[in-house]
Design a protein around this ligand. Structure first.
Ligand code: AMP
Ligand code: FE
Ligand code: FE
Ligand code: ZN
Length: 293
């Protein structure tokens, strides 16, 4: 069983369409795939249609941009009712924040003598509902300012970089509650990835988040080294949190994140889906369920 619970399509900052993402999963013998675009469910329908035809089991999710102790934290939300009004409202606020950040980033770039037009960024973002720095990076690559998204983040767009601009993010604990009320379950994505500066989340905080309804921790991720994974795994075990592993695939948008480069154990997925059933029952919402089950 190959289970990959974190992957992006071009509805956010991945480069594959939702259909191609699922086809790629099928071609690479991924049995269970979660589509988890940043802050949007736009790719769900197309991915579900292809999943039904290819036999890939599809878990519909979202990677919600959250904030905790002034640091950005990504929260994977699986199987919530996408029409639950408080969830819809929160995602709309995050998407608004993404849109209103763009002129500010472009202004900073102009001060650095780099002229990038908003319409070029939007053209490169194509079908993305969640406009992000990676799309600005693509425009910088197109202009020949940098060679890759990686270089754009390292030299200009990353935290502390000269064109870095913060944006609105949802409160972490509140969002865990909203997703639970929408009948879904939550897993903190790559909590100790250096580039996200999530180190504020320690054992005591994870215990608090678990009490607030958190289901799991994404332990096996490319941005965690072996020692980090071991520590996080122990922490998850002590707190009885589900342990997941995923690729965080972005197509050609991120190197070294091929589908199923990390995977989730079947028994951990089972625990997660059991918790989702409990959440769906308690919330009494129209939750999406796993495609192909
Ligand atoms: P944003 O969502 O606009 O704040 O941009 C953050 C996103 O950029 C993250 O979700 C990553 O997927 C992506 N990202 C961060 N660092 C890099 C990098 N070095 N190369 C490519 N993508 C990156
Ligand atoms: Fe991303
Ligand atoms: Fe992330
Ligand atoms: Zn991601």
């Amino acid at each position: 069983m190959r289970i990959d619970l974190h992957a992006h399509s071009d509805r956010s900052d991945g480069t594959d369409t939702p259909a191609d993402l699922v086809r790629r999963a099928a071609a690479r013998d991924v049995d269970v795939l979660a589509i988890t675009d940043h802050d949007t469910t736009e790719g769900w329908r197309e991915a579900a249609d292809v999943a039904e035809r290819t036999g890939v089991r599809l878990v519909r999710g979202i990677e919600v941009s959250c904030r905790f102790a002034h640091a950005g934290v990504h929260l994977l939300a699986y199987l919530p009712d996408p029409d639950y009004p408080p969830l819809v409202a929160e995602l709309a606020k995050v998407l608004d924040g993404r849109n209103s950040r763009l002129p500010a980033i472009l202004e900073r770039l102009r001060h650095l003598g780099i002229d990038i037009a908003a319409h070029d960024v939007r053209r490169l973002a194509g079908d993305a509902a969640a406009l992000g720095r990676p799309h600005v990076a693509d425009a910088l690559v197109e202009k020949g300012v940098v060679a890759s998204r990686d270089e754009a983040f390292a030299t200009l767009l990353g935290p502390g970089g000269p064109a870095y601009v913060d944006r609105y993010a949802a409160d972490l604990e509140t969002t865990i509650g909203i997703v639970a009320a929408a009948g879904g379950v939550t897993v903190v994505a790559h909590p100790w990835a250096k580039r996200h500066r999530h180190d504020a989340l320690d054992g005591a905080e994870f215990a608090r988040l678990r009490a607030a309804g958190l289901a799991g921790i994404e332990v096996d991720h490319q941005d965690h080294d072996a020692a980090t994974r071991a520590t996080l795994r122990g922490l998850a075990h002590d707190l009885d949190l589900v342990v997941t592993g995923s690729s965080d695939y972005h197509g050609t948008g991120k190197v070294d994140h091929e589908l199923a480069c990390n995977t989730t154990a079947p028994e951990e997925l089972e625990r997660l889906l059991d918790l989702a059933k409990v959440a769906a029952g308690a919330a009494d919402r129209d939750t999406p369920g796993v495609v192909g089950v």
